[in-house]
Structures are given as structure tokens and as C-alpha cells.
Design a protein around this ligand. Sequence first.
Ligand code: UD1
Ligand code: UDP
Length: 365
Amino acid sequence: MRIVSVVGTRPQLIKAAALLSALRGRHDEIFVDTGQHYDEAMAGAFFSELGLPRPDYSLGIGGGSQSEQTGRMLPAIETVLVRERPDAVLVYGDTNSTLAGALAAAKLDTPVAHVEAGLRSFDRRMPEEINRVVADHLSRWLFAPTPTAVANLAAEGIVAGVTLVGDLMQDLAARVGAEIRDPAALEATGLGVRPGRYLFATVHRAENRNPAAIAAWIAVLASVAAPDRPVVLALHPGTRAALEAAGLAVPDAVRIVDPLGYRTTLALQLHAAAVLTDSGGVQREAAWLGVPCLVLRDRTEWLEAVESSGGRMVVVGLDAERATAEVRRLAPADRAPDDAARRAAALDLAPAGAAEAIATALAAP
Ligand code: UD1
Ligand code: UDP
């Protein structure tokens, strides 16, 4: 098949890299980058690190409000589709690039394939929830990562075209597992942190960018950070701008760093005492790596990650007292370095087989 795939954000570049060889082994791919993420550390660096091809179309549409951004993407994607006349359009996840890709395709009666279909937080205040619901209802192929996602689709009357394929990001994580296992991978980050003697955090969700939420997550991170056990916070540029605009400061034990590369982020998770995040991707990675994880949201659409963690993943929202108690329970300072060393030595991450399953399903008549 001739497939136009539409990406735009950091996690979509990562997912596209996970699918790349399986997809191109069976199909012709035309690769479109909307440019939703545009900083070198958010986008450009992943092309080189993950061996992504140069996009056939770079639309250069980043920034702006939800509707403005989505609105500018629509005619730009439409122009590509009219010119390329693909058999299908492939979109990933739940971003505005996903919504625009699915909508532009549907309006041209071009079938849509949605990777990570069926996830629901059941919170329509989240821009991602709107994007997922619309993309799913416009799709012919719905590639669900989890049984819960399949059930969510069924509950909305969507059964045809649904395939449970597993998690594409697990395929990529499994590929680099051997590279990050060695504590030398941690040294290579240049951050000067030692196994089990730091915590790793990311914060980027829209709901965590208003001043009240920022003050609350700073309090969470401050409550678990200590001078001899810092929090390394890899901060999204949008969150950094919001933090600066709010005029709020973080304590010294919370070390803010620029967004990091893919392997660096995985290595920092694996060797940490614990991870704190509002990211969907980081949450799952923490689950696969077996590292204790505190989810800085009120609810998560990744129920399986929580359920399969044996209590090591907890949804704490922005409750500092709860976070402190959970870090004390899951990663006490006297045990965390040994736990981290054992975890890394035992790491044996299996691929999910999602990339092959997706490429195969798309090839079926
Ligand atoms: C988007 C997705 C979110 C996903 C996240 C992955 C939507 C609605 N949200 O959120 O689901 O989890 O990507 O990281 O699509 N910015 C920069 N440089 C960049 C990119 C963004 O400075 O390279 C700043 C801009 O001010 C921009 C803001 O961050 O306006 C928000 O970026 P945007 O792409 O709109 O949403 P994300 O918060 O990144
Ligand atoms: N990630 C990264 N560098 C960072 C933070 C995250 O490479 O500084 C990776 C992370 O390992 C995961 C993906 O980005 O593979 C998750 O993307 P993000 O958190 O931006 O979005 P979400 O998954 O919440 O949509």
C-alpha cells in the first residue's frame, strides 16, 4: 500500500521509528512531519538518534492555540494528500497532528489507520481525549495497544477494524534495552548521577501548566528531592516557559535539564530510584523497566501499566504528602541503590511485536 504517515511531536517520532522498518518492508511510506514540535531537542535530535528518514513533507506548523494549530495543519495535510493520493493515512496517538491527519484524510475519503487506538481517560477537558475520540471514530484500522483499549472501543460501538497489536513503544524500548543496562550508560549522560541515588521526572501535560498546578508539582518534586538524592527534571520547553511566566522557583535539589535524547531518557529511568511523570510514554517505559513510578495526574488511560506493576506504579496526582509516602515506601534511600542495580542487571525486555502486527494488518486484503 501507499501510506502517508503523519507525525509531529516527540513521542510520534519515537513511534514512527519503532514502526519504520516493518512498515517500509511491506509498504511505500510517504513521511509527513507537521512540525508541531520544532526545537532541536524535541524533534531534530530524534531524526539522527533514531535513524528516521528526512520527511518527504515538513509542514512547519508549530505553536499556537489548540484550534489555531489544528486549523493550520488541515489544509497543509490536505494538499499533500491530494498530491500523493495514498491508499491510507497513518496517524499515531492523540496529538493535534493526529487529529488533523485523520480529519484531512476522512474529508478526502481516504482510509485512516490509527496506532494507539481506543485509549480513554474519560476526561474531555484534556485536548488529547478529544483527539483520540475523533481519530478513532474516523478510522478503518484501529491498532489497540491494550485489552482495555479494545473494550473502550467496543463500548463506543467500534468493533470492525480493531486489532490488539500491543505497544509499539515497547518494541523500540526492547531494541535498546541492552545499550542502557550497563551503568556506564548513566555515566554517559554527563549528569553526574549514580544508580538509585536520584529520581527522574518529566512534566508536560497542558493541565500541569497553569500556575496553581505548577506550584503543586513543584511542591511534589520538592517533597521527594534531597541534596544527596536530587530530582532530575527533564523539562518540556512549553512547561519551562509556563514555569518562568508564573515566576515560580524550584529548590536546588530539583535539577532542571533540557529535554533529553531517547536512550538517555530510558537510561535515566532504568537506573533511577523512582520516576515521577505525567507522560503517557514515560509511564509505560517505567512499567516495562520495572522502576517505581508516581503518575502526576488524577487518572491515567494506561490502566494495564498500573495493574501490571505489582504496586510499583501509583497515580498520585499532585498530592505532595502522598508522593512523599509512596517514594518512602517504593524507593527508600537505604534500599534504592541495590534495587536499581538488581533491576538493571536483570533487565530483559521483550518486544511486543506491534510493529510487525501493524504492517501485516495493513497488508491484509
Ligand atoms: C503535545 C501533545 C501531547 C503530547 C506532547 C508530547 C497535543 C494537544 N498535545 O503537547 O498530547 O503528550 O505533545 O510531548 O497535541 N514548544 C516549544 N518547542 C517545541 C514544541 C513546543 O517551545 O519544540 C512550546 C510552544 O510554546 C508550544 C507549547 O510548547 O506552544 C506546547 O506545544 P504543543 O505541541 O502545542 O503541545 P505539547 O504540550 O507539546
Ligand atoms: N522522552 C525523551 N526525552 C525527554 C522526555 C521524554 O526522549 O526529555 C521520551 C520518553 O522516553 C518517551 C517519549 O519521549 O519515549 C514520551 O513522550 P512525551 O512524554 O513527550 O509524550 P507523551 O508520551 O506523554 O505523549
